[in-house]
Design a binder for this molecule. Sequence first.
Ligand code: KIV
Length: 283
Amino acid sequence: MARLTIAQLQRRARQGQRLTMLTAYDYPMARLLDEAGVDIVLVGDSLAMVVMGLESTAEVTLAHMLHHAQAVRRGVSHALLVVDLPAESLRGSPERVRRDAQRLRKETGCEAVKVEWRPRMDRAVRVMVHAGIPVMGHVGLTPQTAQVEGGFGYRGKDAASAQRIINQALQLEAAGCWSLVIECVPDVVAEEITQRLRIPTIGIGAGRSCDGQVLVTHDLLGLYDRFHPRFVKRYAQAGALMRRAMQRYCLDVRQRRFPASAHSRPMAPVEAARLRQQLNGHA
Ligand code: KIV
């Protein structure tokens, strides 16, 4: 199956088809998502928490993103691959942002990068788009800067802050973003943004009106239980399933049920006899 393109995804959204996006950080998860028919695979900087056990996405580096995105690339052949630019890149000048985005594109083969809103991010987006790099924007709750902006709660709860988020969305579209993630805002704010933009919006904790939805795959599967945001729907308890399998393995080994003969490679009897003779001869 051919790889999805940005133009195809934009067309689908215009036709009213909902877009699906999920995160991956390694090869097996990437393959499963691709086989399941997900439209967009995101190597999110949520990597920090759900895979690396760090406290904040701000701690992820470009080197981490490159390493994980390369593994994901090997597992994705149909979905569009998007990689987050880490906080260390976005703190730099627009030139630095472009340079790091170009490295992500070149060294991972991703189709697009994603950037979280911060002041003057529209300038960096313009520089990247001018260099031919497709960019997905991200507004609302922006986890890289959440700790200095009062924590991980919903954004845009009052009219003034909602207006600021709408303006940021408009600025990112005007700068050339091809799509926009809207995270943790009241439904009405996401609806206003979706109506005002021509590019597709992809919501997470942003209600039902966005053109698509994204979740962190480890949340959806029940693989990460340090917290459970209200917008997450758990589709499986994979963590519990995996823990049970691991416990059964330990029990089998301790009680000598694994490996069984089915898991062993017998030697041809004639060779086994020869080996025994040989060993006895040397004894
Ligand atoms: O890093 C991430 O996983 C994300 C999604 C939650 C959109 O940015």
